[in-house]
Design a protein around this ligand. Structure first.
Ligand code: UDP
Length: 486
């Protein structure tokens, strides 16, 4: 390993002014649209080939890096796990506690409503949570609201506006939102004991709340710390009709008349993305993508989105590479069907230049097992976001006992206690310094990985989330006191 320049560490500007990097970022944002990559979104072969003209990498790595073996077939869905399957992970006492809490709720009915049955984190979590609740004899129904393109255009606009984006809210937009809200409300029945309405799209269903029966919860997965004032003023009176609201991080909330609860997002340790994998499978995936397991691997898994700062990751890697012989994997999706993603992928390719050790993978949406394997094959996991929701890739890295280096934004500081469960960074140079430190101090990296896994187990597993729902349901139905939840 090359690791020679002691001055470099002190020269690194970990505390470089945040303003400087955000200014740089804004400049990057202004980059004009560039042509979309061909070849199904994979980096163009010509570009890849140029990168391998002068390299002493063995031929099989070059071949796979130029033509990665990407799974083009969507695998059949997995059967959802049963509660007892979690026992080896969380232990019997924890499972008994869940069963005990559920006993009082047996026979109570729940309706969960969101805006999509497939795709996105909310659908992913509901797919797991609902069978577990039903197994606990709490019959839980999942309904999805419907609407025309005009409705989903409005709700997409709201989604961005609530996270601080510009928006021109007109009376016509409000009318579209309310008309579809009303249409869904008329179409659905509301006979359950508990209603959990996810995110802003179906928030208006609360007009069906009856004084006699049923408690209503609004589960907000969006960061509301800096919402567009007009959009928030429009939605807030609906939100305040709920009996409780649930947010994903303390920083994401707003002042509300209704009680608020904090539920971290969660991952399923038995899902394809997170379950244990045999080492042979991890090796196979590395072979398929031309990854050399004899040298350190730095990985960022993310959509090709500027807010995930993939170009910043390449720059950090290049600084590290001067001292430590390592590889960088940037794996993500979204570059095939999202024109913006294709532009960002192109920028990443340009930033990578002719370095054959930068492996860029545009993966299809059914790549959970491959992503799992890539995370497990990594020496350091990076999530150098400039803006973030909760940052589930960080949770996934922690769960896999990896040292994680991540931007101190959104929900990431909730997951990373600096230098204990991971490392928080604010700049290209800062992340380069931290990555290099971890690569050259493996004992520290191992300990941090262990701490990270414990932190994830305590706070961010689906079983923890399930327990919180059970407690909140008890509170709302008058079976437990609120401080049992918070
Ligand atoms: N992910 C994926 N394929 C990709 C990129 C990301 O399946 O090509 C997954 C990733 O493993 C994580 C989720 O998508 O589970 C991304 O969640 P996160 O909160 O990190 O970011 P978001 O994309 O929601 O902003």
């Amino acid at each position: 390993m090359k690791d020679k320049n002691p001055e470099w560490e002190t020269a690194v500007l970990e505390n470089r002014k945040a303003g400087e990097s955000s200014q740089k970022q804004q400049e990057k944002m202004k980059i004009a649209e560039k042509p979309v990559t061909q070849n199904g979104g994979q980096p163009a072969t010509g570009v890849s080939e140029r990168r391998f003209r002068q390299t002493d990498l063995p031929a099989h790595f070059i071949e796979r890096r130029m033509r990665p073996r990407i799974n083009t077939q969507q695998p059949p869905p997995q059967a959802p796990p049963r509660l007892e399957d979690y026992e080896p992970i969380i232990g019997k006492p924890e499972l008994d506690e869940i069963r005990f809490l559920a006993r009082h709720l047996r026979g109570k009915t729940v309706k969960m409503v969101n805006s999509t049955a497939v795709g996105g984190g909310v659908a992913e979590i509901l797919n797991r949570l609902i069978p577990l609740m039903s197994e606990l004899e709490i019959p839980t129904r999942w309904d999805v609201i419907t609407g025309g393109n005009d409705f989903f255009e409005v709700t997409k606009g709201f989604h961005n506006a609530l996270q601080g984006g510009e928006y021109n809210l007109t009376q016509q937009i409000k009318d579209i939102f309310m008309a579809y809200s009303e249409q869904n409300r008329q179409r659905m029945e509301f006979a359950e004991d508990l209603f959990v309405i996810h995110d802003p799209q179906p928030v208006g269903l609360v007009r069906s709340k009856s004084q006699k029966r049923g408690k209503w919860i609004w589960r907000c997965h969006v960061d509301l710390s800096n919402p567009h004032p007009g959009v928030w003023d429009f939605l807030k009176p609906m939100v305040e009709q709920y009996d409780a609201t649930v947010f994903s991080a303390p920083a994401f909330t707003r002042q509300l008349a209704s009680p608020q609860y904090l539920f971290y997002p969660s991952i399923d340790p038995l899902s394809e993305k997170n379950k244990d994998l045999p080492e042979e499978y991890v090796n196979k995936v590395c072979d398929d993508f031309g990854i050399d397991r004899s040298r350190p691997v730095i990985t960022q898994i993310s959509r090709f989105d500027r807010l995930k700062d993939p170009v910043g990751v390449v720059e950090s890697y290049k600084l590290v590479k001067k001292y430590v012989d390592c590889q960088l994997i940037l794996a993500g999706g979204g570059a095939t069907d999202d024109p913006e993603g294709a532009v960002v992928l192109q920028e990443v390719m340009e930033a990578a230049g002719d370095d054959p050790d930068i492996i860029i993978l545009n993966l299809p949406p059914w790549s959970a097992l491959e992503i799992n394997a890539l995370q497990r094959a990594s020496t350091v996991i990076v999530q150098k976001s400039l803006k973030e929701g909760f940052g589930l890739t960080v949770t996934e890295g922690l769960w896999k006992e990896k040292p994680v280096v991540a931007g101190a934004v959104g929900g990431i500081p909730t997951q990373i206690v600096h230098k204990l469960t991971g490392v928080l960074v604010h700049s290209v140079e800062g992340s380069a310094y931290q990555i290099r430190y971890l690569l050259t101090h493996p004992e520290f990296a191992v300990q941090m990985g262990k701490n990270g896994k414990e932190h994830a187990k305590e706070n961010f597993l689906i079983t923890v989330n399930l327990k919180r729902w059970l407690l909140l349901f008890q509170v709302l139905l008058g079976m437990a006191k609120p401080n049992a939840v918070l």
